[in-house]
Ligand binder design. Structure first.
Ligand code: ATP
Length: 431
């Protein structure tokens, strides 16, 4: 395996590329939300490239920009070295949600995308048949989606993409909705189809949360960081194929990526209060934090974060967010890749429901956002505040956050500890 590079130089032979792309989306309040910051990457002929990163780091946005579905705020989008104008005609998509028409048969579902391309009837029938055979669904042409398992539905999704004979196959978390064994065989089949190459696809760009999946599939792994999304590291993966999920080499690379991700996403919190004015509040439900603490308690107080994701059936990025939330509240410590119950976490899990609420309240009041809103509510004779007050605080202190989403998390956390009430209709907070 070659050493990682922190960034990637522009590659003139690339099938598609982003150069210094920044993407911002307007928000109802305050400055725009920056989702991608100075992202450069490319996909060359013959390679499988994977984007790996936490929820919300902009992976799907990168696919949409490369496909020409979204125009970036700044930077260049290249198609064979030339600026992309409009949609990229060479891209076929496989989505996480199978997006099948329930009233159409398998054949009709595949033919529908070819019809949209305006192909003549006999050619589209032949192409659909071939694609359905390629993905192992021969014999199911007349079946309806409700008669198919999740794995088979995703095969239809793949047949649709293959039938378009795309030069570039984009797959957005394609296997996250199917069971683990089916996912394993679908991955192997995609790689077989890719290796057996007729002409198409010439390259695959995939998005995943699953480290093992990307190590199994990809030649190049682009590690993304969040808030805003940027390329943190590009890792070349030269493990020989076919790959074995259990081989020591593969597991070693999984471990290294795992360390790279957790090292950046579970930073040890500063010991003094000299952190940022407002702490980053992960977008998770209090119930998920409680679930984590109870899980750790049942396992003797500590467990590896990778294992936690597996045991709880939660995707890795989501697990990290829950762990970050628990750490922010001083319920857990995160020495390297372990998560262990801190004294506060132990106190919480052994407390009664009412006492848990009190502990939660005390913990969130240690966070600047909750403290400032609470103080403002106490100062007001009416003990009431408008939602806009909080949004302005967020805009001021957390300029790269999605305020609306964060406001919902804020209300969720506050309600869990009975700290404030919130009336949706009038948009008013009260003590
Ligand atoms: N059209 C849009 N308008 C406003 N915000 C958007 C838009 N598209 C995406 N976002 C925001 O951009 C951020 C990144 O979204 P994106 O779906 O690209 O992330 P992701 O890494 O694919 O996430 P996930 O893994 O959860 O699917 C999110 O905060 C999302 O809410």
């Amino acid at each position: 395996m070659a050493p990682e590079t922190a960034a990637q130089a522009a590659d003139p032979a690339a099938l598609c590329a982003l150069e210094h792309v920044t993407q911002e989306f307007p928000q109802p309040q305050g400055p725009p939300l920056r989702v991608l910051d100075d992202v450069s990457l490319s996909v060359g002929a013959g390679e499988v490239v994977a984007l790996l990163g936490p929820s919300g780091c902009g992976k799907s946005t990168i696919l949409r920009i490369l496909a020409g579905l979204t125009r970036p705020t700044r930077g260049l989008v290249l198609d064979h070295g030339r600026p992309l104008a409009g949609l990229n005609p060479g891209v076929g998509f496989v989505f996480q949600s199978f997006a099948l028409y329930p009233w159409m048969t398998v054949s009709e579902n595949v033919e529908a995308v070819l019809e949209a391309k305006g192909l003549p009837r006999d050619e589209l029938v032949a192409r659909a048949e071939k694609a359905i055979r390629t993905v192992g669904l021969a014999g199911f042409e007349e079946a309806y989606p409700r008669e198919l398992s999740g794995g088979m539905k995703q095969r239809v999704g793949m047949a649709r993409a293959f039938s378009l004979e795309p030069e570039l196959l984009f797959m957005d978390e394609p296997f996250s909705q199917v069971d683990a064994l089916t996912a394993e065989s679908l991955r192997a089949e995609v790689l077989d189809i890719f290796a057996a190459k007729g002409r198409h696809p010439s390259a695959i760009l995939m998005v995943s949360h699953d480290i093992k999946e990307v190590v199994y599939m990809a030649d190049r792994i682009v590690l993304l960081g969040a808030n805003p999304g940027r390329v943190r590291q590009i890792v070349e993966n030269r493990l020989p194929r076919p790959r074995d999920y259990r081989s020591p080499e593969l597991l070693r690379l999984v471990d290294r990526l795992h360390d790279a991700i957790t090292g950046a996403e579970m930073p040890d919190l500063p010991e003094t209060a000299a952190g940022p004015a407002f702490e980053h509040i992960p977008s998770v439900h209090p119930g998920e934090v409680v679930g984590l603490l109870e899980y750790l308690d049942a396992r003797g107080g500590r467990e590896e974060v990778f294992r936690i994701a597996n045991d709880t059936g939660r995707e890795y990025g989501r697990t990290i967010a829950v762990v970050n939330a628990a750490e922010l509240l001083d319920f857990v410590d995160t020495p390297k890749r372990m998560v262990s119950l801190a004294a506060g976490g132990r106190r919480f899990v052994t407390a009664s429901p009412e006492a848990r609420k009190a502990i939660w309240r005390e913990r969130i009041l240690a966070l600047a956002l909750f403290r400032q809103v609470h103080e403002a509510l106490e100062r007001k004779p009416s003990h009431r505040l408008e939602r806009e007050f909080v949004l302005e605080l967020l805009a001021l202190h957390m300029p790269s956050e999605n305020y609306d989403a964060l406001f919902d998390v804020f209300v969720d956390w506050a309600r869990f500890g009975d700290l404030f009430s919130y009336e949706e209709e009038s948009g008013t907070l009260g003590l």
